[in-house]
Design a protein around this ligand. Structure first.
Ligand code: AMP
Ligand code: MG
Length: 345
């Protein structure tokens, strides 16, 4: 693990600065849509046509329809409404993400747990007007329902079953990564060699820029998102950031993040942000959420232990920590000096 004691250098969330260097001779094609509770933007930079973009965007729409647990017709809502009652047959796309998310539950020892639904509902972070803080008793009640090991998957019949009454799935921590991977696969199969895919904080850089240069990624300062505090270059890699600054609520001056620690039942808040680079966007998504929950020591230990990932964590005091392989994976990694001290103690 490497530590950067740079009090005036604080990082970030990942923001892809597409086309900021290099010559992009051909006119890019771009599609943008509000889906999966975020802005989805797909941009291709080679000779591909708009059909490829439409195909990719249709895939995102389909996933959104299946995974949105607030839509009663979605697969996830059906599984949740049938908790304790019976298994529900789901689309292959739903079965696939749940099965993989369970594996990440194991890998992260439950720090990333898709049965966190009852706690997400209890904290209601997305409603900033709701200033209610749940009681200890309410939290303990919900905690009894949270454990990804309860999920019963039947491969043959493609069914998903939650045996605990009141249990519910929430795919928010992995859905964008899973879908980003799907979009990249669609574009590759269509012969696209140069593209940027962005689903909220999840980014995938497909190939290189048309001129062969790498894409540049900027990490935002979690204490001031008008600032870019680090940059690096990638190709055929995904970058994902989990942080407490883009979805949270504040009650009496205390910030509660949308990422909840499934052990305590309380929003995680040990670090300001975690950026993960991985070849696989689902991996980056699952591990950024998990390491945000686990905090400095355990979170960095997880990122060091998993093959094929590099991580950068920004602590609450502004200190930046990276995995030992970060400079190797994140080409031309630069911390940008700032004239302000942002960290909070
Ligand atoms: P992300 O933005 O990828 O870090 O995912 C956060 C979203 O996943 C939240 O908005 C919740 O819907 C859900 N979530 C919150 N905490 C967890 C957790 N510990 N494990 C799995 N999903 C979570
Ligand atoms: Mg995530």
């Amino acid at each position: 693990m490497k530590k950067y004691h740079a009090f005036a250098m604080v990082l970030i969330s990942s923001l892809l600065l597409a086309g900021c260097t290099g010559n992009l001779e051909r006119k890019p094609h771009q599609a943008s849509s509000l889906l999966m509770d975020t802005i989805v933007t797909i941009t291709t930079y080679d000779d591909s046509s708009v059909q490829e973009l439409e195909k990719a965007m249709d895939f995102v729409k389909k996933a959104d329809t299946l995974y949105n647990r607030y839509d009663k017709d979605s697969d996830v809502a059906k599984v949740n409404s049938m908790a304790w009652e019976r298994p529900v047959q789901v689309d292959d796309l739903t079965f696939g993400i749940i099965k993989e998310a369970v594996a990440y539950g194991n890998l992260t020892k439950g720090a990333m747990d898709i049965t966190v639904g009852p706690l997400v509902d209890l904290w209601n972070i997305s409603d900033s007007d709701d200033k209610n803080i749940p009681s200890g008793a309410e939290i303990s009640d919900r905690l009894k329902l949270v454990n990804y090991r309860q999920i019963v998957l039947d491969d043959k019949n493609r069914t998903v079953y939650l045996p605990c009454k009141g249990a519910s799935l929430d795919l928010g921590a992995v859905a964008k990564g899973f879908v980003t991977r799907g979009v990249a696969e669609i574009l590759r199969n269509e012969g696209v060699q140069s593209a940027l895919i962005s689903l909220g904080g999840n980014i995938y850089a497909l190939g290189s820029k048309p001129g062969g240069e790498l894409w540049q990624v900027a990490v935002l300062d979690p204490f001031d998102q008008d600032r870019v505090t680090a940059t690096f270059n990638v190709r055929d890699q995904s970058v994902d950031t989990a942080g407490d600054y883009y979805r949270f609520k504040e009650v009496n001056g205390v910030k509660f993040s949308h990422i909840i620690d499934p052990t305590s039942g309380i929003p995680a808040g040990g670090v300001a942000s975690v950026t993960v680079i991985a070849d696989d966007p689902m991996k980056a998504d699952a591990l950024s959420t998990a390491s945000f929950v686990l905090g400095e020591e355990k979170g960095m230990a997880l990122l060091e232990a998993v093959q094929g990932v590099a991580g950068l964590m920004i602590l609450k005091n502004g200190e930046v920590i990276t995995t030992a392989n970060f400079r190797e994976v994140a080409k031309n990694f630069k911390l940008i000096e700032s004239d302000k001290i942002h960290g909070q103690n």
